[in-house]
Design a protein around this ligand. Structure first.
Ligand SMILES: Cc1ncc(COP(=O)(O)O)c(C=O)c1O
Length: 373
């Protein structure tokens, strides 16, 4: 057992030791982009669901007794919402990515994935049977080169990207990637974790424009429900065959207790909010903050702003100082981000006060000047 203390000591020396810290101060680190996680309408919906006799636990896997009308209703609703033939609800996005990449790509297939793709997709690919090619982040030429190589091998090609990258906040070039997918007869799997609720018509994500034009013939989308949706879960959208196959073959889906019915109910309520005036207004508020944040800090103009520090210990120190000043900002270190790119990850929420953002910018400028001196 000593080896674990040794390993922990190494992490401590490198500034990589992680601890669990409850929220304190003004939120600039959660993924609650629309501020829905504590929305009164969702609280009221939760209470009324339980008062009407709705179940808390699902008490079984989906293929056994854990599948309820509430799950069914959410999946039917979300299929209409995302214009998909079918959708499948998972307990979380991590599980959904594991399911997608372990079940769908076969031994003769190739998965081409972006270097910055989330750990859940990467772990799914690693645990799956297909060959895989990692391409430099958002490098369309490198994608094409990888597609050429994969096409020579034969088998189905899968391209795995995030529509908005979780640690850099930049966007995948979806139109170009879709055109390449058509050219090489590949399937584009778009993780909309950080775009759902925020981008696209009524918050349907960045790939929705492609879906409207081309359908899900060669697109699969994943919408996590614990970020802007404010609840928890993951919805996979696609053609009926894809969803039916996941139900029959995806081990993370089959061998796991179904999500709580309450969770499924609240995800549906939240999607209704997101699609309505409340969602539209919150998206506008968030967009105004994004414009201001880009002026103050640079970045890609989305709700995720990386403030690069480089050194891990330094990043942790700056984050601590931000926290002492009342701002809940966290340091992100390898392996969550590449070596040498430790950073503060600012994430904006529609409910954030503009003055708080300006104050954080002043503090950040102060740290930059301190470092330069
Ligand atoms: C891009 C991306 N995909 C998937 C996930 C996993 O989603 P969940 O938190 O619902 O498990 C995350 C979580 O941070 C993410 O950022």
């Amino acid at each position: 057992m000593d080896r674990f203390s040794e390993k922990l000591d190494v992490l401590k020396k490198k500034g990589r030791f992680r601890t669990l810290d409850c929220p304190k101060g003004i939120d600039l680190s959660s993924n609650d982009y629309l501020g829905l996680s504590a929305h009164p309408a969702l609280r009221a919906a939760a209470i009324s669901f339980l008062q009407m006799g709705g179940d808390i636990g699902s008490a079984g896997s989906r293929l056994l007794r854990g599948h309820t009308q509430t799950h069914e209703q959410l999946e039917e609703f979300s299929a209409r919402f995302f214009a998909a033939e079918k959708t499948l609800f998972f307990s979380c996005g991590f599980q959904a990515n594991m399911a997608l990449f372990t079940a769908l790509p076969g031994r003769h297939d190739t998965v081409i994935f972006d270097a910055y793709i989330h750990a859940s997709a990467r772990d799914g690919v690693q645990a799956g049977h297909a060959q895989h090619i990692r391409v430099p982040h958002n490098d369309v030429q490198a994608y094409e080169e990888a597609l050429r190589r994969a096409a020579m091998r034969g088998g189905q090609i899968w391209i795995a990207v995030e529509s908005v990258y979780s640690m850099d906040g930049d966007k995948a070039p979806l139109e170009e990637l879709y055109a390449l997918a058509v050219q090489y007869d590949a399937v584009l799997v778009v993780d909309e974790a950080h775009a759902t609720g925020v981008f696209g018509t009524g918050g349907r994500g960045r790939a929705f424009a492609l879906v409207q034009r081309h359908g899900y013939e060669r697109i699969i989308t994943l919408h996590t429900c614990g970020k802007a949706v404010g609840v928890a879960g993951g919805l996979v959208c696609g053609r009926a065959e894809i969803i039916d196959y996941l139900v029959n073959a995806a081990r993370p889906f089959i061998y796991s207790t179904a999500p709580m019915p309450l969770q499924a109910f609240l995800v549906q309520k939240s999607l209704e909010l997101i699609d309505g005036d409340e969602g539209r207004i919150r998206r506008e508020e968030l967009q105004n903050l994004c414009v201001l944040a880009q002026k103050l800090f640079g970045g890609a103009g989305t709700q995720i702003i990386p403030l690069l520090v480089g050194d891990e210990i330094h990043a942790v120190n700056i984050a601590q100082k931000m926290q002492q000043s009342g701002y809940d900002i966290r340091a992100i270190r390898p392996p969550s981000v590449p070596e040498g790119t430790a950073r503060l990850r600012l994430s904006l929420s529609a409910k954030l006060d503009i003055e708080a953002l300006k104050k954080v910018s002043e503090l950040w400028q102060g740290f930059i000047l301190e470092r330069a001196a």
